[in-house]
Each structure stands twice: as structure tokens, then as C-alpha cells.
Design a protein around this ligand. Structure first.
Ligand code: 9D3
Length: 244
């Protein structure tokens, strides 16, 4: 996948290269990230990229011409142009999965009070926010998006890590994990995990995932796509009780 990031701070985007999994994705050729400085497309003699808002008001607005030229310079036949914006649709894993299928993304990171609305109306395919809080610009959101996409690219995660993505705990939070030592500051690891009984361990993990989700993210439970496996689990537990 090719990703262009249009920004006034290309050096920030370039930091992705030295960052673990994204760096691995870049090195393997799975994803090719190019930071493009919008200022390079300003034809203004002072290289201006922003201007006062028509109608007055405080703050500055990013001028349309440099952004348009940058987009058109990067565009190919199959580009998807995404504007990172506090007004966008909030990013979720389903949308990350959809974007991971694309051949070419052009990510536009804004600054100041926003960009000229004619760009948004005419040249942007999707407007994406990463959550309801205010940042100083779209660079970190662009990096968040790239990070979430790169781990879905073929060959980036180990086969073990990829298995996790498809595992049947999907739709629930993860079960609790423990490693050595068996006793830490007087706190023991749950006995079942040391039992070697893998069907028991598997059942414990599924119940724990369900319990964790109920405690921390009850909203996720009503979104469960197929509660079939949870119901099967309940049936197994009822059977266990019945046997006694
Ligand atoms: C004056 C009104 N502000 C909107 C609340 C303007 C404004 C604030 C912050 C315009 C841009 C920004 C910078 N943020 C982003 O560009 C941004 C963002 C964010 O702030 N939160 C979550 N997701 C995103 S994606 C891009």
C-alpha cells in the first residue's frame, strides 16, 4: 500500500519509520509512507499556506490552492483521499479493516482552525476523527491511522500475532494474562493457568473475557455479532454444574 501524508510537519510523519511494527511494515515493503510538505506547493512569494477567514473571526484557515495541488500531484487512478478532522467519523476497527484493502491512501493532516471548506466538499472522500477530544493537528491522528492499518498488512505480524486477530475472542475484551513469577508481591497467578488442563484453561479464558467485558465495557456486549460461542460456553458450564 502506498500512503501519502500531506502535512506542514513532514518530519513528524517521518518518525514512523523508526517505530517498531510500522517500521517493520515499511522495511518489508508492505507499506510505503511518503510525507509531503504542503508548503512546497505554495506559489505565494512568502510560501504562505494560511490566510484570514472570510467573514472575520479569530484564527487562520488553510488556503485551498496548495492543498489542492498537493492532492492532485499525489493522486493516482485508485486513490482514496482522507481528511483527518475533529468533525470526521470516529475511527473504529471495521473502518481500519476497510482502509487496509486500499492500494493508495492520501491522508491530509490539517492545522490552524481548519481548511477551506471547498477542499472538503470537492476533493475529500472520507473525513475521519480519532475521538472526541481536541488535538493541535491531524499528524498524530494520521499516524494512529497508519499504525492501525500496518498491522493488518500481510506479513507484518508474526503468524501467532495474526492468529490473535482472527481468534474467537473477537468482539470481547481480552482475557487476563500472567507471566513469571508465580507469586508477585504476594499475589498469585490463578491456579487453573498452572494446571496444564487446556480445556479448563480455555474455558477460564472465555469466562474471564466475558467478565472483563461486562465490568469494563458493558456497551460492547450488545454489539456482539454472534453470541453463539458465549452461549455454548454457558451451556458447558451448566453441564458441569449439572454433573455434580
Ligand atoms: C475552533 C474549533 N476547533 C474544533 C474543535 C477547531 C480545531 C481544533 C483542533 C481544528 C483542528 C484541530 C486539530 N485537530 C485535528 O486536526 C484532528 C483531530 C482532533 O483534534 N481530535 C480527534 N481526531 C482528530 S483528526 C484531526
Amino acid at each position: 500500500m502506498k500512503v501519502h501524508v500531506l502535512t506542514l510537519f513532514p518530519e513528524v510523519i517521518d518518525m514512523l519509520r523508526s517505530y517498531s511494527i510500522v517500521g517493520r511494515a515499511i522495511d518489508s515493503g508492505a507499506i510505503d509512507i511518503e510525507a509531503v510538505n504542503i508548503r512546497d506547493y505554495s506559489v505565494d512569494k512568502h510560501k504562505r499556506v494560511d490566510d484570514y477567514p472570510f467573514g472575520g473571526g479569530k484564527g487562520m484557515v488553510m488556503k485551498p490552492e496548495p492543498i489542492y495541488s498537493a492532492i492532485e500531484d499525489c493522486r493516482s487512478s485508485n486513490s482514496r483521499v482522507i481528511y483527518l478532522s475533529p468533525q470526521g467519523k470516529i475511527l473504529d476497527q471495521a473502518f481500519v479493516g476497510e482502509l487496509a484493502e486500499e492500494d493508495h491512501l492520501i491522508l491530509l493532516a490539517g492545522h490552524y482552525e481548519g481548511i477551506d471548506n471547498r477542499i472538503i466538499e470537492n476533493y475529500i472522500d472520507d473525513e475521519i476523527s480519532i475521538g472526541d477530544y481536541v488535538l493541535t493537528g491531524g499528524e498524530l491522528p494520521a499516524m494512529v491511522l497508519i499504525d492501525s492499518i500496518s498491522r493488518l498488512m500481510p506479513g507484518v505480524l508474526s503468524s501467532e500475532e495474526s492468529y490473535e486477530i482472527e481468534s474467537h475472542y473477537e468482539g470481547l475484551l481480552e482475557y487476563p494474562q500472567y507471566t513469571r513469577p508465580r507469586v508477585f508481591n504476594g499475589k498469585k497467578v490463578p491456579d487453573v493457568l498452572l494446571s496444564g488442563d487446556h480445556s479448563k484453561i480455555n474455558m477460564w479464558r472465555q469466562v474471564s473475557a466475558l467478565r472483563t467485558t461486562l465490568m469494563k465495557r458493558p456497551d460492547m456486549l450488545k454489539e456482539l455479532k454472534k453470541p453463539g460461542s458465549q452461549l455454548d460456553l454457558m451451556d458447558s458450564l451448566l453441564k458441569l454444574i449439572g454433573k455434580r
